[in-house]
Design a protein around this ligand. Structure first.
Ligand SMILES: Cc1cc2nc3c(=O)[nH]c(=O)nc-3n(C[C@H](O)[C@H](O)[C@H](O)COP(=O)(O)O)c2cc1C
Length: 295
């Protein structure tokens, strides 16, 4: 608990994302381990990876599908990490099941090409997510466990042919088997970080079906940064908690600013995903230095 705010730790698990900087800094010694893929991945992702590695010129392992016993070991890795987080003083953990990370790779039809008990149909594609939730909540308690999900995220090559059915089934299962989870955290389809070409279509989509299945705390994220008034409207209408991404990075005192209707500092996109402190811990609070504020 920090200043009355519960501290939660994202549990990423093994990721498909390529640590480009590590590859560049590796002096030929570092080999990115690929064996955590949910399945031989979609061809466009595979080609992109090869092109990238061709230019960087480093050796790498060829992606392969996880064996079933390895999948179960990885679920146990989530458990180990969750236990350590609790031992270290975190109030709970949020399993990262969104944006193309491992759990999400199992969920999406674009990445999950398995033919075993982790492949089609939906009951199987959602199996890994459900097993990780089962295992982690058994280890640290349901009320300390949460999960982040993104039915429409195209990050890291994700796409699903039946988002309502896939995440609807998962939400129903979580409601039945783990109704006391700390919360479910869903990324909005309107997230305005998605390509403009898709934005109009995604505005027709909605998290409402999932909101109506899940009876516990529900967090909505994505796009509220650019429309804080909408955040209040959605919170009032749905009772949801609202998560802010970009605006929170740029406004360490975001809660006070929203409460007091103080102007918000604009985030600096050029500093996103950089490795130094600049752009992450050097934004000022409103009261500390009012002249720093750009409305
Ligand atoms: C610098 C930066 C890093 C992010 N890292 C992650 C991440 O690791 N995993 C994730 O699911 N989302 C990540 N996000 C997305 C945010 O969690 C959030 O969903 C997104 O910014 C949309 O919310 P917003 O409109 O309030 O910014 C990141 C966003 C930014 C700006």
């Amino acid at each position: 608990m920090l200043h009355g705010i519960p501290l939660n730790n994202y549990l990423y698990g093994p990721s498909l994302q390529i640590p480009i900087k590590q590859l560049r800094n590796a002096h030929g010694e570092y080999k990115y381990r690929w064996n955590y893929l949910s399945k031989a991945i979609s061809i466009d992702y595979f080609l992109t990876t090869y092109i990238l590695l061709f230019f960087i010129g480093k050796d790498h392992e060829v992606p392969r599908a996880l064996e079933v016993n390895e999948i179960q070991e990885i679920a146990q890795d989530f458990v180990k990490a969750a236990k350590r987080a609790i031992e270290a003083g975190f109030d709970g953990v949020e399993l990262h099941g969104a944006n193309g990370l491992l759990i999400d790779q199992f969920l999406n039809t674009s990445s999950n090409k398995r033919t075993d008990i982790y492949g089609e149909p939906i009951e199987n594609r959602t199996r890994f997510a459900r097993e990780v939730v089962d295992a982690v909540s058994a280890a640290i308690g349901e009320e300390r466990t949460a999960i982040r999900l993104s039915p429409w995220s195209s990050a890291n090559g994700m796409q699903d042919q039946t988002p309502y059915a896939t995440w609807g089934y998962l939400t129903e299962q979580l409601q039945t088997t783990h109704p006391k989870l700390a919360y479910l955290h869903f990324v909005e389809p309107r997230d305005d970080m998605i390509p403009k070409s898709d934005a109009e279509e995604r505005l027709q989509l909605s998290l409402d079906p999932f909101r109506s299945i899940w009876k516990g705390p529900f967090i909505s994220a994505g796009g509220y940064t650019t429309d804080p008034k909408l955040a209040k409207q959605v919170a009032d209408q749905t009772g949801n908690l609202i998560a802010f991404g970009r605006t929170y990075i740029a406004n360490p005192d975001l809660v006070q600013r929203l409460k007091n209707q103080w102007p918000l500092t604009k985030y600096n996109r050029d500093l996103f995903y950089t490795s130094g402190p600049e752009g992450y811990i050097d934004y000022k609070t409103y009261t500390a230095d009012a002249k720093y504020v750009r409305a």
